[in-house]
Design a protein around this ligand. Structure first.
Ligand SMILES: Cc1cc2nc3c(=O)[nH]c(=O)nc-3n(C[C@H](O)[C@H](O)[C@H](O)COP(=O)(O)OP(=O)(O)OC[C@H]3O[C@@H](n4cnc5c(N)ncnc54)[C@H](O)[C@@H]3O)c2cc1C
Length: 429
């Protein structure tokens, strides 16, 4: 992918940026104030570093429920990241624990159940609305004297020198820092400017996302039902203030967008939902808006460049089949912030090349592994070719009947906190 424009200075030149001098100098600038960028900002600002987070969207617009209808399945590891960022206590009351995961395959009667009793009663994770997480992150960034949220502001160029890098905004402002972190999502401008290519493909599927109310309680059960068109997942949410039982739905579809259930009238949609939900939920009614997200895989060939690093969706984006995209991004953030904080204690430069190389080395394998696993799962469960279907069901049965395999998958679902770097572990209560 060719960069649209690139005005990179000779990295060996230590001259300051040629244009207007930067208005303000930070230790780190984070490009992108989505969930990944804001979390990075909180973690770094917590350590005393001066951090700016730049996002092109006006914050009030991102707090409207039309902006992002998704929920996130937060693993144990990600919870610890959010604790270290100082926001878990703000969403604790809104993050609904998952105590059981049911897996069904098409019309097969086989049911694979993971129950929290099998892992010492610990929950598998929590379902939180992205809107609630974003609100909490805004609140935390505003509290931190060392963090600055610059939005709306769109980055249009970078200038990289030997000792620092600057970013220029479309409104003419410019800011500099010793490290620039690109957390600007799948279509990352930062990645494109750095000239980093990607490996990417589309699954020719869309995720239709919405919230629903249902007659009977969900009992903290998450259900993933694999249909040939893609998975249909129901994720437990807390009851509404009016006492209605609620879940979030991720319904994977393929085929032309014009035929999407996105356009169905309310009665047909509710009937479709009720038919897909397990019968124990009773009648199901969609509430709020419906959202649609195209699904694909993307992985950057590199996560680093001089004085720059990529994290989360800017570095890799995966199919939501296992609800792991942001969890994976949080592991990047934890690793990078840990390396920066470790060095900062000795006054080290947060953009030093050997540290960036260590970040990339420590994160690539995990990211490639998860991208490969979700890609294989997506292909395996979207295939209705009889031999594949039979092999898949045999595999599910084997997992159901072989406790060590079951425990392995349950640990994966929980996101091993033991893999997290020390910064995060130290902050975890
Ligand atoms: C249907 C669905 C369900 C999912 N469920 C889960 C789940 O259960 N668990 C999980 O872990 N993950 C899940 N994911 C994945 C998760 O949603 C993403 O990984 C996550 O939202 C990525 O966050 P991000 O901050 O990296 O990127 P984004 O949310 O894309 O944020 C990027 C930000 O950068 C800003 N930006 C971009 N360009 C510029 C620029 N030039 N200048 C300034 N700002 C800029 C944008 O305004 C934006 O705010 C799901 C994904 C989908 C599609």
């Amino acid at each position: 992918m060719a960069p649209r424009h690139r005005k990179k200075q000779n990295p060996r030149s230590s001259k300051p940026p040629r244009r207007a001098p930067p208005e303000h100098n930070f230790d780190v600038i984070v490009i992108g104030g989505g969930l990944a960028g804001l979390t990075t900002t909180c973690l770094l600002a917590n350590t005393g570093l001066q951090v700016a987070c730049i996002d092109r969207e006006p914050p009030p617009a991102t707090l409207q429920d039309v902006f992002d209808g998704r929920t996130t399945a937060i693993s144990w590891g990600s919870r610890k990241v959010l604790e270290a960022a100082g926001i878990w206590h703000l969403i604790d009351d809104e993050a609904c624990p998952i105590r059981q995961i049911d897996i069904l395959d098409g019309d097969s009667p086989l049911l694979l159940t993971f129950h929290s009793d099998e892992v010492g009663g610990r929950t598998f994770g929590w379902i939180a609305e992205n809107l609630a997480i974003r609100k909490a992150l805004y609140q935390r960034v505003a509290e931190l004297k060392t963090a600055q949220h610059i939005a709306p502001a769109t980055v249009r160029n970078f200038i990289v020198g030997e000792a620092q890098a600057a970013c220029e905004l479309t409104d003419g402002r410019s800011f500099s820092a010793r490290l620039i972190i690109g957390a600007d999502g799948r279509q990352s401008f930062t990645r494109e400017w750095m000239g980093i290519g990607t490996r990417a493909w589309s699954y020719h599927q869309r995720a239709l996302v919405c919230n629903v109310e249902h007659e009977n309680p969900h009992d903290n059960i998450a259900v993933e039902h694999f249909y040939p068109g893609g998975p249909f997942a129901t994720l437990p949410l807390f009851d509404s203030p009016q006492g209605h039982h609620r879940s979030s739905v991720v319904w994977t579809e393929h085929g032309p967008l014009k035929d999407s259930a996105l356009h169905w009238d309310q009665d047909s949609f509710d009937a479709g939902m009720t038919a897909r939900f397990p019968a124990r939920y009773g009648r199901v009614r969609q509430i709020g808006k419906r959202y649609s997200y195209p699904l694909g895989l993307i992985h950057a060939h590199s996560y680093i460049g001089p004085r720059m690093a990529l994290v989360a969706d800017a570095a890799h984006g995966i199919h939501p089949i296992a609800g792991q995209g942001l969890n994976l991004g949080f592991r990047d953030i934890a690793e990078l912030c840990d390396l920066i904080a470790e060095g900062a204690q000795q006054g080290a430069d947060p953009g030093r090349p050997e540290m960036l190389a260590a970040y990339q080395r420590r994160r690539r394998l995990d990211n490639i592994g998860m991208a490969g696993a979700t890609d294989s799962l997506t292909r395996l469960f979207s295939n209705d070719f009889t031999p594949v279907r039979l092999a898949r069901r045999a595999g599910l049965r084997a997992v159901a009947e072989f406790p060590p395999a079951k425990r392995f998958f349950m640990k994966q679902a929980m996101g091993a906190a033991g893999l997290l770097p020390s910064l995060i572990k130290d902050h975890a209560a």
